[in-house]
Write a protein that binds this ligand. Structure first.
Ligand code: 5GP
Ligand code: MG
Length: 471
């Protein structure tokens, strides 16, 4: 199961954590729109509210009031394959002999089935088929015999794959990042406590200060009095596997991830794109909203080109719009984007987007722009061709749905009917992120993954129906 999600954890000095958790989930809404949930602990008892839908719809005033206690975690979950499954909504919560546990997970384990089988054999009963419950049971078992830090360490050596977790053990809030740091997680300071969040934008929303990123392999435990946090480097790892796609598409542009400002990264990628494959045209147009930062960098580097808005986005067509068929996905692009004829008619144009997944958006846009009189439509993409699925928590299409999985760039250009098409190189991505390519997870653009993925070969044969690409 793919879990592309947002997680948060907050520990305050006395004040209830539910409301700041709720606001921070709003800030992370782009990371998941299928379900939202909060688990708190008041020192005696755990409280939980998890519901399907957007953050604004999932909690009533009464729900927030009932989530007592200064310690808690929250979660937003991304929709996966067509059907909505409430048993996988999070945070996952359990009570057991040595206390209560709440868990929010962003990422994807590669050995969850194996651990699940082993735990099931020793009497653990599972209520969902998600990874998170596996982590919860493993941790609960370790907590019977070990103190908290050792128990987490044991679980971390047992589970493999990608995980950024926020956890409550009774009223203790903690955060864990996998030894390769695949998904983001950061620490922030609030007026009266501390916060752990997938992205720094959640900290900003609460008027807090970003302290730093959680390090790969680190456990951070927030102090119950809101006065600080303790750090334990539980697993040492020489090589990281930071997801480059967080920077390209997934994260908010106003977040800072692993010390990098996402908006500036995207602008730099846009500048590189011009350097590598710039083409003269009358006007440069961003594909809203995800292409904006790239287009601004590209146009700036191009110097004397007109930079205009040529496509208007309808804000009311949400990401929750689930369309299982290609026909409906095409209709959705048309509902979502409308050309501004005056900036396009009679001109040669270059449109800039962050990525091409299935090719639905770019195919539709090229046609749309030509229909309103563009003389030439060039397409420039701020990431390398996506040729393989993501097994680490971003829900991309299956391999055979990816337009570039079996085509050359020229063939893709033909297919989307662009006058020219160019993608950014993998080296440019590594250069802008100031990382070696070996320290990044670039599985979706190389087909080579930094984790051993069971059944990866077999997956090459499987076709899935999946939610439409968005934005
Ligand atoms: P395509 O139309 O080629 O299938 O998708 C490309 C568009 O989807 C781009 O505008 C990009 O911003 C967006 N996109 C890229 N990755 C994802 C993803 O993982 N999920 C969703 N919903 N949209 C994505
Ligand atoms: Mg987009």
């Amino acid at each position: 199961m793919t879990e592309k999600c947002g997680v948060v954890g907050i520990s305050l000095d006395g004040r209830d954590a539910a409301r700041p958790l709720y606001y921070s989930l709003y800030a992370l809404q782009h990371r998941g729109q299928e379900s939202a949930g909060i688990v708190t602990h008041d020192g005696f008892q755990q409280h939980s509210h998890v519901e399907m839908g957007l953050v604004g719809d999932a909690f009533s005033e009464d729900d927030i009031e009932s989530l007592n206690g200064p310690a808690g975690i929250g979660h937003v979950r991304y929709p996966t394959s067509g059907s909505v499954d409430s048993s996988c909504a999070q945070p996952f919560s359990v009570s057991f002999k040595s206390g209560s546990l709440g868990l929010s997970h962003n990422g994807n384990l590669v050995n969850a089935d194996e651990i699940r089988d082993e735990l099931a054999d020793s009497g653990h009963a599972f209520t969902s088929d998600g990874d998170t419950e596996v982590i919860a049971h493993d941790l609960a078992r370790n907590l019977l015999e070990e103190d908290l830090v050792r128990a987490v360490k044991q679980t971390m050596t047992r589970i493999h794959g990608s995980y950024s977790l926020t956890i409550t053990h009774d009223d203790t809030v903690m955060g864990v990042r996998d030894p390769q740091g695949n998904r983001p997680l950061c620490i922030g300071e609030l007026d009266d406590g501390y916060i752990l969040a997938s992205e720094s934008a959640a900290i900003d929303t609460l008027d807090g200060e970003l302290v730093r990123d959680v390090k790969p392999g680190e456990l951070v435990i927030l102090r119950a009095d809101g006065q600080g946090f303790d750090s334990y480097q539980l697993v040492e790892q020489k090589q990281t596997a930071h997801c480059f796609f967080e920077h390209v598409y997934f994260a908010r542009p106003d977040s800072v991830i692993d010390g990098k400002r996402v908006y500036e990264v995207r602008r730099d990628l846009g500048r590189k794109l011009w350097e590598e494959s710039g083409i003269d045209s009358d006007v440069v147009l961003p594909v809203p909203d995800s292409g904006r930062a790239f287009a601004s960098g590209y146009a700036e580097a191009a110097d004397d080109v007109e930079f205009a808005e040529g496509l208007m986005k309808n804000r009311y067509v949400g990401r929750t719009f689930i369309m299982p068929t290609q026909d409906e996905r095409e209709r959705a692009v048309r509902l979502k984007l409308n050309p501004i004829k005056s900036t396009i008619e009679g001109k040669t144009v270059t449109i800039i987007d962050d990525s091409i997944v299935r090719g639905t958006t770019s195919t539709q846009l090229v046609k749309l722009l030509k229909d309103v009189g563009a003389e030439e439509v060039n397409v420039r993409i701020g990431a390398p061709p996506i040729v393989a699925p993501c097994y680490m928590g971003i829900d991309m299409a299956s391999r055979d749905e990816l337009i570039a999985s079996d085509k050359s760039v020229e063939e893709v250009a033909d297919e989307i009917n662009a006058d020219s098409l160019a993608y950014l190189s993998k080296d440019a991505v590594a250069e802008v992120l100031e990382q070696s390519r070996d320290d990044l997870c670039m599985g979706c653009v190389t087909g080579e993954y930094p984790y051993d993925i069971e059944g990866e070969e077999a997956d090459r044969e499987i076709t899935r129906t999946e939610v439409p690409a968005d934005d």
